[in-house]
Design a protein around this ligand. Structure first.
Ligand SMILES: [Zn+2]
Length: 164
């Protein structure tokens, strides 16, 4: 009896929050037209054209709430607020990324040699990582606000136990 009750309430609950939230298309299969439709102009410029938002212009530069930062392109969790710190550089800075969340590659554009950070799930451009960060990693992930969506402390994750 408790099983049935729980299942009913879970289903009802998820129906309410589902519609726009869940992304059904596979982000690795999107063509550029689809990306354009899904993203705002500024998101497209940063995520898909390796753009950079203006210093101190982003929503998350001084953002200090507890939660996680997800990829604006695909929703994957990229950074935990616990690793965010104030670098003074004008973009949100983190000393570590979530496990396997990002990939890096050398970027030699603009006459500089930098290490670019991309989403490990949808390969969107996020920002750059530098070696002048604080302990314990010594890294500074300098990430565009527009490339991320913040989500409050994810107590929802406990719901995962209902699955299967
Ligand atoms: Zn992504």
């Amino acid at each position: 009896m408790t099983d049935t009750d729980r299942r009913e309430s879970t289903r009802a609950g998820s129906d309410v929050s589902d519609p726009a939230e869940r992304d059904v298309s596979d982000p690795t299969e999107r063509d550029e037209d689809e990306w354009r439709e899904r993203l705002t102009d500024e998101e497209y410029r940063v995520l898909r054209e390796n753009g950079t938002e203006a210093r101190f212009s982003g929503d998350y530069v001084d953002h200090d709430e507890d939660g996680v930062y997800r990829c604006a392109g695909c929703g994957a969790v990229l950074f935990d607020s616990e690793t965010k710190y104030h670098s003074g550089c004008g973009w949100p800075a983190f000393y570590a990324a979530a496990d396997d969340a990002v990939t890096t590659r050398i970027d030699e554009s603009h006459g500089m040699r930098r290490t670019e950070v991309r989403c490990g799930s949808c390969d969107s451009h996020l920002g750059h990582v530098f070696e002048d960060g604080p302990d314990p990693t010594g890294k500074r992930f300098c990430i565009n606000s527009v490339a991320m969506d913040f989500e409050d402390d994810p107590t929802d994750f406990e719901d995962d136990s209902h699955d299967v």
